[in-house]
Design a protein around this ligand. Structure first.
Ligand code: SF4
Ligand code: SF4
Length: 165
C-alpha cells in the first residue's frame, strides 16, 4: 500500500540531523533572504512530485491539527451531524484552549491513507507542511520541528543546508 515508502526512516534521519538543522535555523534567521520563499516553494513542488502523501500519512498519524469553529461547522454539516454531536464524538480542548481530535491517528484516516473528509478537512491540514506558503523564514523554528514528521520538510532542510552552509 505504501509502495515501500518508509516515513519512519525519514524521521530517524531528521532526528540524527536535528542539531545540524538547528544550527542552520540560527544562521538563516539572521540573514536577509529575499529569494527564500521562491526556492523553498520550488523544492516543495518538486518533492511532492516524488513523495506521495498517500504513501506516508505521517502527519495524519501523529500531529493533531487545530480544528477551528469554521472547520467544525463545515465538517459537521458534511457529516450531517450537529456541531455539538461532532464535538462530542471527535474533539477535545487542548492545553492552548484549541479544539483538536480526541486521539491520533486521526479518526478520519482510512487504512489506505485516504482522508474521509479530504475536501472538507481542517484548514490546518490544508496548510501543512507550510513549505508551499510565503513567509518560510518566519516559520523556520516550526519547520525544524516538522522535519521529524514530514519527509518533504526534512529534505527541504537538507537542501537548505547544501545551499547555505
Ligand atoms: S482530517 Fe484528514 S487530512 Fe486532516 S489529519 Fe485527519 S485524515 Fe489527515
Ligand atoms: S504532508 Fe508530509 S508528513 Fe504529511 S503525508 Fe505528506 S509527506 Fe507525509
Amino acid at each position: 500500500m505504501n509502495n515501500g515508502f518508509d516515513a519512519r526512516k525519514y524521521s530517524e534521519l531528521a532526528q540524527s540531523h536535528y542539531k545540524k538543522h538547528q544550527q542552520l535555523v540560527n544562521k538563516l534567521r539572521k540573514k536577509k533572504l529575499r529569494k527564500l520563499d521562491e526556492l523553498v516553494q520550488q523544492w516543495d513542488a518538486e518533492l511532492f512530485e516524488e513523495i506521495n502523501c498517500l504513501d506516508c500519512a505521517n502527519c495524519c498519524r501523529s500531529l493533531g491539527p487545530r480544528v477551528t469553529e469554521t472547520d467544525i461547522k463545515r465538517i459537521s454539516k458534511h457529516l450531517k451531524l450537529s456541531t455539538t454531536v461532532f464535538i462530542d464524538q471527535y474533539l477535545r480542548i487542548d492545553e492552548d484552549n484549541d479544539y483538536v481530535f480526541q486521539a491520533m491517528p486521526c479518526p478520519f484516516l482510512l487504512d489506505d491513507n485516504y482522508c474521509v473528509i479530504y475536501e472538507k478537512r481542517p484548514k490546518a491540514c490544508r496548510d501543512y507542511p507550510h513549505t508551499h506558503q510565503p513567509g518560510f523564514q518566519k516559520k523556520l523554528k516550526l519547520s525544524l520541528k516538522n522535519t521529524i514528521t514530514c519527509p518533504v520538510v526534512y529534505t527541504v532542510f537538507q537542501k537548505l543546508n547544501d545551499s547555505f552552509s
